[in-house]
Write a protein of this length. Sequence first.
Length: 298
Amino acid sequence: MTLQMAPPTAPPAVRLHSVTKRYGDLVAVDSIDLEVPRGSIFGLIGPNGAGKSTTFAMIATLLRPTSGVVEVLGERPNRNAGAVRARMGYMPDVLGVYDDMVVDEYLRFFAGAFGVPASAHEDTIESLLELVDLAGKRHSEVNSLSRGMKQRLSLARALVNDPDLLVLDEPASGLDPRARVELRLLLSQLQDMGKTIIISSHILAELAEMCSEIAILERGRLLASGPPTAIRDQLGSGRQIEARYADGTVERFDVDGTVGQQALLRRLVQEGRELIEFREVGSGLEDLFMRLTQGEVQ
């Protein structure tokens, strides 16, 4: 008999163990444990002052934790920051574009800074501009671009070294609805290319459509982490289901988690009810966020 061995589980792209960051008496991040699965789009959620940007800065090698361990792509940034930066793209919550350059010069500068061979600059820049839909702006001055275009250019800069991990701090800030949709589609495309993406945003509906996993922070503490559906089930307060029937009537039911939801659907079908819609209500990230947080900032 041959034993079938389970395939090894890939280590997380990012692991934080008991990570704390203090500024004097202020505790910005308070002993958090967090894992970001490889290949995921991972949303970091929290009110202003929750510690999101501080957490991002520690992952991006820009800050050292006061205590605890940060591991990024198998490396500890405080021991080998260069190895981490070579495989990471970081987009902070400020645009960081140089208005006195043209788009081509801007990307060529960062390609050189990341050690991309000069012989590969042309193909790299062309591919990135196609990816972020800025091919027609290659010879335009950066200061002539709209905010949405500058956001996409900043993302192209974060991709110039073909990173395995992208850390994006509020990338949708200030974008109009069309630009947010375009950004969401682009991030989905990057995930399909095998990249791990950590993203923060105040637009929770946007994160709900993108993220396979989330973490919710408040006052520097981690309140919950994992797939949104799993977090809801762990809260123990059940779900509310809305059933709409062919005769135009609507009913709402309180159920206990996924099992209860499946049992309700099975019962309605067995009873011969003509369902035209069966959906969970009050289940978005906004609802989950409000149930977990107190709305306080540091």
